[in-house]
Design a protein around this ligand. Sequence first.
Ligand SMILES: NC(=O)c1ccc[n+]([C@@H]2O[C@H](COP(=O)([O-])OP(=O)(O)OC[C@H]3O[C@@H](n4cnc5c(N)ncnc54)[C@H](OP(=O)(O)O)[C@@H]3O)[C@@H](O)[C@H]2O)c1
Length: 253
Amino acid sequence: MFDLTGKVAIVTGGNGGIGLGLARGLAAAGARVVVAGRNREKSAAAAAELQKLGPGGALAIEVDVTEQRSVEVLVRSAVERCGGLHILVNNAGINIRKPPHEVTLEEWRRVIDTNLTSAYLCSHAAYPHLKGAGGGKVINIGSMLSIFGAGFAPAYAASKGGIVQFTRACASAWAKDNIQVNAILPGWIDTELTRTAREQIPGLHDSVLKRTPAGRWGAMDDFGGIAVFLAASASDFVTGTAIPVDGGYSIQA
Ligand SMILES: NC(=O)c1ccc[n+]([C@@H]2O[C@H](COP(=O)([O-])OP(=O)(O)OC[C@H]3O[C@@H](n4cnc5c(N)ncnc54)[C@H](OP(=O)(O)O)[C@@H]3O)[C@@H](O)[C@H]2O)c1
């Protein structure tokens, strides 16, 4: 039920943070993992680490997920070099923290393109290969801001709300092709992205600790298990969901 031997997975932004946590889970369960990011050194280091975790191995392919041509080259190279594609993880993301009246159009577009349009581009390019393989899995990364509002992150919240609806649309469209599409909604996780948030938002570190029933920030390795579940046959009747991985943050009154 949880064996990914023989499966090929692309993880966008798989070279660090939550993406690397997801990739570690997939590699340890036997998948061959394609680490897809912009930073070549970081991606090569991540692939070298993943290589040691399981029999499937890993490789790095450079991509800018905001560029259609770059995404198409990623998917084509992954299929050629690995012999197919079964799992797509749309994880790459950025945030620009400003109130709505201060966000420029360029900043708005950069966030939406990186967090939301990227998921469309990657899913669109991957779909024929997933379908051709007889089925597959798409895992999209949302956020607590898929659920809650936040005055400091309007474009990010819009992109992450959109990710949940895009997940449902794809799940509905592709169920007949045996492709399951689900979203993960991380709580507050200790990564590069939130290290800057802690610098920019006074009191954030302690308020997250206080509100999270688990009493801690999340870690990248909190994502290996959910990645394996959503990528494996264990979840074949699970589609269109948005699963919080948040230590209880979203259920706290
Ligand atoms: N940390 C949290 O608390 C938290 C909470 C909720 C949701 N999330 C979401 O989880 C995902 C991962 O975030 P993280 O916290 O792990 O942040 P991170 O450590 O900053 O990782 C972001 C990743 O996205 C990649 N990326 C960004 N722009 C890209 C582009 N144009 N093309 C290709 N890759 C790109 C980066 O790779 P390169 O540097 O190589 O480009 C990097 O690997 C994001 O979608 C984020 O919104 C995070």
